[in-house]
Design a protein around this ligand. Structure first.
Ligand SMILES: [Zn+2]
Ligand SMILES: [Zn+2]
Length: 166
């Protein structure tokens, strides 16, 4: 059990994210954080919001390079980092080792990633309260959030015969 003393803190709380859906609201928030709103940054935000599925930084860079000749990979990466911090996008660890991103859904979500084709599905309801209480108890850490990603084989890949190891 956690002792509730002067230094007691909530066992954990979920990171509550403001869901910011429109490009203008996001750009305004970036501006408030001291970012200059340039053409490339605006294009990145608009591109990201238009995506239904996962995307990589490289894909954004390639898609926008023609319209935004001044765009650089560093700008894409730094903008994605900020968008992740703002909860607009979530980082997904892809089996290839290259991070991909998805636009964050409403509320608290996690992802399951197919180890073969990289397909991503969202799920809710991780029910980690008990585990996180134990983590706080054992480590004396103040738990501020958690990151959980599940890997597996998507329905399509389950139908593919397994690659023979012989
Ligand atoms: Zn798959
Ligand atoms: Zn969770």
């Amino acid at each position: 059990m956690l002792a509730l003393g002067d230094t007691a803190v909530p066992v954990y709380w979920r990171t509550v994210r403001a869901i910011m859906r429109t490009a203008e609201t996001i750009l305004e928030t970036m501006h408030q954080r001291g970012w200059r709103i340039t053409g490339p940054r605006r294009a990145i935000v608009e591109y990201v919001l238009a995506q239904d599925g996962p995307f990589s930084a490289e894909e954004i860079f390639r898609a926008l390079r023609r319209r935004q000749p001044t765009i650089g990979r560093a700008t894409v990466f730094r903008t994605l980092d900020l968008l992740a911090e703002l909860g607009v996008v979530e980082r997904i660890h892809h089996p290839s080792g290259v991070h991909r991103y998805v636009v964050g859904g409403d509320g608290h979500r996690h992802h399951v990633v197919c180890i073969r084709c990289g397909a991503v599905a969202e799920f809710a309801g991780c029910n980690l309260e008990t585990v996180l209480a134990q983590v706080a108890d054992q480590t004396r850490f103040r738990i501020l959030g958690h990151w959980l990603e599940v890997s597996g084989l998507c329905q399509l890949c389950q139908r593919e015969p397994a690659v023979s190891s012989s």
